[in-house]
Design a protein around this ligand. Structure first.
Ligand code: ADP
Ligand code: MG
Length: 454
C-alpha cells in the first residue's frame, strides 16, 4: 500500500502535469523531490542551480496545487519549505565518471578575453512566452552555474526568434555575476575564418589556447559548419576540451542536431548531449508583450488596439516586428506626430513590404461573396445577426479572411459586418485561427477561398 506521503506527491504531480508546459514539468517539477511531510510542512528538495528559477517562476504556481493535494490526502493546509540539494543529474554524473576522473585542473592564464557579447541583448529585455520558456530557463541557469547538465546547451529554431539574443544574454549575465568570467561569443562563420587565418600564419597553438581557457564559449549559427571538414576537426577538439573541464558551451542553430547535414556524426552526437531546446514562434500574447516592451524605446503613443493590430500582423518572426516598429517610427516622424493609429501602421507596413498580400486591396464585398458562395449562404445572411450554425461559421470565416487579406482595422471590419463590435471580430478571428490549426479540412477550404480572392 502506498503511504500518505507518496499519494500526496503523486497527486501533486498529476495536478502539476496539467498546469505546466511539458518541458517545464520535466525539467523542473519532476526533478524536485519530496523529502517528508511533517507538521503541515512539505519539505521539497531542489537542485541549487534550479532554485532561483523555481522561486521566481514555479513557486507561486504550485502553491494552489500543494494546497489541493494536501487537503485531499492530509485534510490539512500544507506549507512548503525548500531544501537545497547538491547533486548532479544522472547523465551528467555518468559523463563525469566516464571521462574526467583522471583530469587534473590545469591552471590557465588570466589575461582578458574580448567577449564580443552585445550589451543590448539581456535577460531583462527578453520576453518569455510558451515558445521560448525552456530555452530561457536553461539559459538563465547556465548563466548562473556553468557546466551544468545542460552542457552543451543547444538552442535551435527559426530566424528572428531570439537565439542570438539568449546567447548574448548568457554572456552578459555571467560577466555581470563575475567580471573575471572568460566569455566568448562568436559566430560560426567567424570561428571558421579565425581558424583558417591562424593555420595560415602558424599561430594555431595560441588560438587553441585562447579557446580552451574559456569559461563560456557561445557559438552562434552552428549550421554553417556544414561541409567544412577541416574546421570541424578542430571544433570537435576544442569542444571536447572545454566539456571535459566543465566549461560551458552554448550553441544555436536554425535546425535540430539530427537535421544538420554535412556535419560529422560525432559532432552531431555531442550537440545532442545536453538538452537540445527548441524555440518556437511567439504566440499572440507573447507578441503583444514583445511589442509593448520594444515600444518603450520610442517616443510614440500606442493604444491597446494599435498594439493588438500590430501583434496580429506578424506571427513568426520578432525581427520583422522590430523592422515594423522602425518603419512606424519613420512614418510618424515624417508626419510630425507621436500618436500611432491603425492607419499609420498600415501605411508603415505597406512601405515595408510592398508585395505583401495583406496590402493588396481586396474589397470586403468580394470576400463576403466568395465565402458565402462557398458555404452556400447569402451575403445578406452573412451581414445579418442569424445564429444558425452554417451562417455563423461562414460569417466568422469571412471576418477572418478580411482580417487576413486586408489592412482594415477591427472596428472597421465590425462595422462592415452588420455593425459588430471590434471584440466580436477579434473573437471570430481567433476562433477560426484555432480551428484551422486543429482541422486540416477547414484549412483547405479556406485556402481555396483565398486562392479565388488573390
Ligand atoms: P535569431 O538569432 O533567432 O535569428 P535574434 O536573437 O537575432 O534571432 O532576434 C531577432 C530580434 O528580435 C532581436 O533584436 C531580438 O532582441 C528580438 N527578440 C527575439 N525574441 C525576443 C523576445 N522573446 N523578447 C525580446 N526580444 C526578442
Ligand atoms: Mg541569430
Amino acid at each position: 500500500m502506498t503511504n500518505q506521503k507518496d499519494r500526496f506527491w503523486d497527486r501533486f504531480l498529476e495536478l502539476a502535469q496539467k498546469e505546466f508546459a511539458p518541458t517545464t514539468y520535466e525539467v523542473f517539477i519532476l526533478d524536485a523531490k519530496l523529502i517528508k511531510v511533517e507538521q503541515r510542512v512539505a519539505y521539497i528538495s531542489l537542485l541549487k542551480m534550479k532554485m532561483n528559477y523555481w522561486k521566481e517562476h514555479i513557486h507561486e504556481a504550485i502553491l494552489p496545487l500543494i494546497l489541493a493535494a494536501g487537503f485531499e490526502v492530509y485534510q490539512d493546509e500544507l506549507n512548503i519549505e525548500y531544501v537545497i540539494e547538491d547533486r548532479h543529474s544522472v547523465a551528467y554524473d555518468e559523463f563525469q565518471e566516464g571521462s574526467v576522473s583522471q583530469l587534473v585542473e590545469e591552471p590557465y592564464p588570466k589575461e582578458q578575453v574580448t567577449s564580443n557579447v552585445s550589451s543590448k541583448y539581456r535577460f531583462d529585455n527578453f520576453i518569455r512566452g510558451e515558445g521560448n520558456r525552456f530555452a530561457y530557463a536553461a539559459s538563465l541557469i547556465i548563466s548562473e552555474t556553468p557546466g551544468t547538465p545542460y552542457n552543451p546547451l543547444f538552442i535551435w529554431g527559426g530566424p528572428g526568434l531570439g537565439k542570438t539574443h539568449l546567447l548574448n544574454a548568457i554572456g552578459n549575465a555571467a560577466i555581470a555575476r563575475d567580471p573575471r568570467t572568460r566569455v566568448k561569443y562568436v559566430t560560426t562563420e567567424e570561428f571558421v575564418n579565425e581558424f583558417i587565418a591562424n593555420i595560415r600564419t602558424g599561430k594555431m597553438d595560441e588560438l587553441k589556447e585562447r579557446y580552451r581557457t574559456l569559461d563560456y564559449l557561445l557559438i552562434d549559427d552552428v549550421q554553417s559548419l556544414a561541409g567544412k571538414e577541416g574546421t570541424q576537426e578542430e571544433f570537435f577538439n576544442t569542444f571536447d576540451a572545454l566539456l571535459k573541464h566543465d566549461k560551458q558551451i552554448v550553441l544555436t542553430s536554425d535546425r535540430a542536431p539530427a537535421q544538420l547535414d554535412g556535419l560529422e556524426e560525432r559532432l552531431v552526437s555531442r550537440f545532442s548531449w545536453g538538452t537540445p531546446t527548441h524555440i518556437t514562434p511567439p504566440d499572440y500574447e507573447t507578441r503583444f508583450a514583445i511589442i509593448q516592451k520594444k515600444i518603450e524605446n520610442y517616443h510614440l503613443n500606442f493604444s491597446h488596439e494599435t498594439i493588438e493590430y500590430l501583434a496580429n500582423q506578424f506571427n513568426s518572426n520578432v525581427r520583422e516586428i522590430e523592422g515594423a516598429l522602425n518603419s512606424i517610427n519613420l512614418v510618424a516622424t515624417s508626419k510630425g506626430t507621436d500618436t500611432v493609429t491603425i492607419d499609420l501602421i498600415a501605411e508603415a507596413l505597406r512601405a515595408l513590404k510592398p508585395s505583401d498580400i495583406k496590402m493588396t486591396v481586396i474589397p470586403i464585398e468580394t470576400i463576403k461573396e466568395e465565402t458565402a458562395k462557398f458555404y452556400g449562404v447569402t451575403v445578406k445572411e452573412i451581414n445579418s445577426t442569424k445564429r444558425q450554425q452554417s451562417i455563423a461559421l461562414a460569417r466568422q470565416i469571412a471576418m477572418y479572411l478580411t482580417r487576413e487579406l486586408t489592412d482594415y482595422s477591427l472596428p472597421k471590419i465590425g462595422k462592415e459586418f452588420g455593425g459588430r463590435d471590434h471584440s466580436t471580430v477579434l473573437h471570430s478571428y481567433r476562433k477560426i485561427e484555432d480551428m484551422i490549426k486543429a482541422d486540416a479540412n477547414l484549412k483547405a477550404e479556406i485556402n481555396t477561398i483565398i486562392t479565388k480572392l488573390t
